[in-house]
Ligand binder design. Sequence first.
Ligand SMILES: [Zn+2]
Length: 188
Amino acid sequence: MSNFKLNPGFKRWCEKAATAFRSEFGLLATAALPSEKMAEYLNVQVVEFSELRIPAESKTYLLTQGSKEWSAATVSSSKKTVILINESHTEERKNNSLMHELSHIILKHEPSKFTNLLEAGISFRTYDEKLEKEADWLAATLLLPKDVLETIGAIVSKADIERKHTVSPELLRFRLNLTGIGKKIKNQ
Ligand SMILES: [Zn+2]
């Protein structure tokens, strides 16, 4: 993967953002933060791929050579920002993909490239590697902030957290490892 190191200040900021968004929505610090709610708050429209009214050949492109790993993409037109979601993926993956795209918007990332795949001035955004890493980190933190991870114990299991927060076991493991909270839980 990449060699970019995210600085501790950025990581702390992400934790603070996770708390701030929850409090903005009147949610507890340990509550699930629904990515759809975040999209609404950020005035971003979320569209499932099948709902998209584009020519059949564009759809075929996006589902085949466009990328097999294609999970979500932010497209912009002159009027608004729209996030396209590949609805064939699991709920957990869609939730993370949407939060990742929203994270680019929250962080005001400048795309390195716009790819015009579709007609009518709609273009896909591409970001450089460092910005991708930042968006990954912020998305993971928004979904699973330390406040949430610290509730795991005798009463709340990892599976409970995965269900409640609509996250994959991989994402939970990633956060537990990188925050050091996984170690604490093991030693309890
Ligand atoms: Zn991205």
